[in-house]
Design a protein around this ligand. Structure first.
Ligand SMILES: Cc1cc2nc3c(=O)[nH]c(=O)nc-3n(C[C@H](O)[C@H](O)[C@H](O)COP(=O)(O)O)c2cc1C
Length: 200
């Protein structure tokens, strides 16, 4: 079966892209508004953009209203965030923080997420997240203004937290990290069952 992209509805385009480009890592992004309200939301259109300089990227999928989501509003105003990596234990709380709530309410309270001060930025870190990247806003690149269009958000990584037991001489212990991937629909993929291959 082949799909002519010009004949697809917005929903079908979304389903074919988000259901095939899987599994995706989840950036659980905490920000703080300029009024001091803490925000936390998951974004799975997320990856590494560059290692030197260290840059992460996530994509905000545009809402029908055209109004930026709270995460990007806060980032645009304050320039700071923490990207918290989600593990199996955090999955349900992460999901709860994807609810649309008003910008004057905090998802940390809504989902009862343990948090602590970060090292170099103002937004909170998620205490139980095993890996956390403290970032500043580098650039926002708009792909278009249509509903479900994308704004690519580039983030300069300023500080990396790795839970002590996960750090080895070879880097981050892949047997223990237990990060979760996003599949299509409402599905998630654990990473504890993985294979290792020597590179040629
Ligand atoms: C696992 C998961 C991944 C998500 N990934 C994205 C994404 O990549 N881009 C996006 O715009 N919304 C994504 N969402 C939806 C946002 O989390 C949702 O719109 C949320 O309310 C945004 O919160 P904010 O307004 O506080 O930023 C995702 C939701 C879930 C549960």
């Amino acid at each position: 079966m082949n799909f002519d992209i010009t004949e697809l509805s917005i929903q079908d385009k979304y389903r074919l892209l988000s259901g095939g480009v899987t599994p995706r890592p989840i950036a659980w992004i905490s920000t703080r508004s300029k009024e001091g309200i803490d925000n936390l939301a998951p974004y799975s259109f997320f990856t590494v953009a560059s290692c030197n300089p260290p840059v992460l990227l996530y994509t905000q999928v545009a809402q029908r209203s055209g109004i930026d989501k709270d995460t990007l509003q806060n980032l645009s105003e304050t320039g700071e965030c923490v990207v918290n990596i989600v593990n199996t234990d955090l999955l349900e709380k992460m999901n709860a923080t994807s609810a649309s709530i008003s910008i004057d309410k905090s998802e940390f309270d809504l989902a009862d997420v343990r948090h602590n001060n970060s090292y170099v930025v103002s937004p909170f870190s998620v205490t139980d997240s095993p890996i956390r990247y403290e970032c500043t806003l580098r650039e926002v690149i708009s792909i278009g203004d249509l509903p479900a269009g994308g704004s690519i958000v580039l983030l300069d990584v300023k500080s990396v937290y790795v839970r002590d037991d996960l750090y080895t001489d070879e880097g981050i212990n892949q047997e223990l990290i237990d990060s979760v991937g996003k599949m299509g629909g409402d599905s998630y993929s654990p990473t504890t069952n993985y294979v290792a291959l020597n590179r040629p």
